[in-house]
Write a protein that binds this ligand. Structure first.
Ligand code: DQA
Length: 161
């Protein structure tokens, strides 16, 4: 299973950026611990961050046919970007939206997510742990989706023997 992890503007400053809101972990340390978590689950992850909307759109588009799921923190673009929303929808992939902070306990302009409606779920306010929870959710979803097929194959195998 391959999961693409995509982070939007200003998240490259994590650790130094408003630590009372976003915590003390840098994006590099989040990547390191998420990679270890993914390895333990047998999942390959790719990691991408950009401050540029078009680069994020391109990176999301490139996951089509190359990944099984997406984890995205679109950061400020969550609240403004139709282009990122459309890119997520275009992939047809299950996507979990992650926010380090609880966007619903903050300013009203953060309460609207343009991207959430094209995601299978949103994790907001649990800090860096949110990325691991998102990965767990995508793995569980894929495992559950695969099970009925495995059961059908097992049943067909029994009928043939
Ligand atoms: C954020 C929340 C956004 O509102 C904000 O613009 C960010 C980070 C978060 O992870 O809590 O840059 O996505």
């Amino acid at each position: 299973m391959k999961i693409a992890v995509i982070n939007g503007p200003n998240l490259g400053l994590l650790g130094r950026r408003e630590p009372a809101v976003y915590g003390h972990d840098s994006l590099a340390s989040i990547q390191t611990s998420l990679t270890a978590h993914a390895r333990a689950l047998g999942v390959d992850i790719t990691f991408f961050q950009s401050d540029v909307e078009g680069e994020l759109v391109t990176a999301i588009g490139q996951t089509l046919g190359a990944a099984d799921g997406l984890i995205i923190n679109p950061a400020a673009y969550t609240h403004t970007s139709v282009a990122i929303r459309d890119a997520i929808a275009a992939t047809g992939l299950p996507c979990v939206e992650v926010h380090l902070s609880n966007i619903y306990s903050r300013e009203p302009f953060r309460h609207t997510s343009l991207t959430a409606p094209v995601c299978v779920g949103v994790i907001s306010g649990l800090g860096a742990h949110g990325y691991e929870l998102a990965l767990d959710a995508l793995v569980r979803r894929q495992t559950r989706a695969a099970k009925p097929v495995a059961r059908r194959r097992a049943a067909a195998g029994k009928r043939q023997s």
